[in-house]
Write a protein that binds this ligand. Structure first.
Ligand SMILES: [Zn+2]
Ligand SMILES: [Zn+2]
Length: 186
């Protein structure tokens, strides 16, 4: 940001600061609710064997994990080969069924910890990358919290449908302009 921007008088800047504070307050307000509901999700997906890493549970090749274009081996399955495990596969299928788009974010999760840590199940409903080192609901930002609530079908049972079907983004919103700009460069 330009050095001569005044944080307290520039209208656009103060709006950003207010939005940031509002997102933080909203996230704190939702934290306990999300934490409790993830424990409920954890209770119904079943018990894994505690030994299988996620690489063992994903067949090869699976998009977008196994990108072999330039390599003669799969970087995702480099250290662990796919192997059938009925207990973990049962949990995996239940997570897929709970996901709104049938596309859990496997790269975020540590399947070895599914049995003892409900947050590892919750991480499957986060955006696809960048959350593997986030250790709890408390540590994640608003974007993570809202992603879980929108992506996990369990939340249909505790929130009104209008909360779960947000209106389309406003094209004039500065944040939406940045999102569209980033998408156009991928
Ligand atoms: Zn297993
Ligand atoms: Zn692979």
């Amino acid at each position: 940001m330009a050095a001569n921007t005044n944080l307290f008088t520039d209208k656009e800047t103060t709006n950003w600061v207010k939005a940031s504070i509002a997102l933080n307050v909203a996230k704190q307000g939702l934290t306990n609710f999300l934490d409790t509901q993830l424990q409920n999700v954890h209770a119904v997906v079943g018990r894994s064997c505690r030994n299988c890493p996620i690489e063992k549970l994903i067949p090869c090749p699976t998009n977008p994990y196994c990108n072999r274009k330039k390599l003669n081996y799969c970087p995702f399955h480099k250290s662990q080969k796919p192997q059938l495990c009925p207990a973990c596969d049962h949990v995996k299928q239940n997570i897929i069924l709970q996901h709104r788009n049938n596309g859990p974010s496997w790269r975020n999760t540590r399947a070895e910890n599914w049995a003892q840590d409900y947050w590892e199940i919750g991480k499957c409903f986060l955006p696809p990358d960048g959350y593997s080192s986030v250790c709890s609901v408390q540590e994640s930002y608003f974007n993570g919290v809202i992603s879980i609530m929108l992506n996990c079908l369990h939340f249909q049972t505790c929130l009104s449908s209008s909360c779960l079907s947000p209106s389309p983004p406003d094209k004039k919103c500065p944040l939406e302009k940045i999102i569209q700009f980033k998408k156009s460069r991928v």
